[in-house]
Design a binder for this molecule. Structure first.
Ligand code: PGA
Length: 234
């Protein structure tokens, strides 16, 4: 099974940068992985223009829990579909922590909106450093996954320890495997679990080579073509 490499551009990039990036990327492309690009909303059109092959897929970083209406600043799942988004991150820890978007009901509604418009949610979970120190990481992840209890459609889970995001600290491969196995064991159907948090060209090979890891969710290292392409298995 081909592994997924999800590029989360967060609030970085411009039209000029995206065009230059995509030209170089598509020129030096590799067919080993399925790449999913999640640029900011303002760059979806630039990406859509370039990504017409099935291998390079478009995604978004968040969506509204509402269908449409007077919700200033929101972008609906239907709007994302218009740009051919096939995936969307939900529950990223930056949304949960900075904007307090961790209400279970709202997260569930966002997922339902996406599924209604045939967009696959990439649901992000992760423990804080405090949880890790107190030995409650597994409990925390299980609790966050409650959101999915009524959802039977295909969904991807991204395990991103909060303490690993943007810090250059990464759990060791045993720790990653243990958590991925734990998450997979909570479900009857097989599901994809990605790892995210400070993945870079130095540590990607170990992570991607693991059987428990179905792909990676990458922030900083996805902003440059050379480092994105250097993320591969051994
Ligand atoms: P990072 O971000 O790779 O820069 O740590 C990952 C993420 O937040 O998805």
């Amino acid at each position: 099974m081909q592994k997924l490499i999800v590029a989360n551009w967060k609030m970085y990039g411009s039209k000029t940068m995206a065009e230059a990036f995509l030209k170089t990327f598509l020129y030096s492309k590799t067919d080993t992985y399925n790449y999913i690009f999640c640029p900011p909303f303002t760059l979806l059109a630039s990406f859509e223009k370039f990504l017409n092959s099935q291998k390079y897929i478009l995604g978004a970083q968040n969506c509204s829990s509402f269908e449409n209406g007077a919700f200033t600043g929101d972008i609906s799942a239907e709007m994302l579909k218009e740009f051919n988004c096939s995936y969307c991150l939900i529950g990223h820890s930056e949304r949960r922590q900075i904007y307090h978007e961790d209400d279970e009901k709202i997260l569930t509604t966002k997922i339902q909106q996406l599924l209604k418009h045939q967009i696959t949610p990439i649901f992000c979970v992760g423990e804080s450093l405090e949880d890790k120190k107190q030995g409650t990481a597994f409990q925390k992840i299980k609790h966050q996954l409650n959101v999915l209890k009524e959802i039977n459609n295909e969904i991807i889970i991204a395990y991103e320890p909060i303490w690993a995001i943007g810090t250059n600290k990464v759990p060791n491969i045993q720790e990653i495997n243990e958590m991925h196995q734990f998450i997979k064991n909570l479900y009857l159907k097989p599901l994809k679990v990605l790892y995210g948090g400070s993945v870079n060209p130095q540590n990607a090979a170990d992570i991607l080579t693991s059987d428990q890891v179905d792909g990676i969710l990458v922030g900083r290292a996805s902003l440059e073509v050379a480092s994105l392409l250097a993320l591969k298995e051994r």
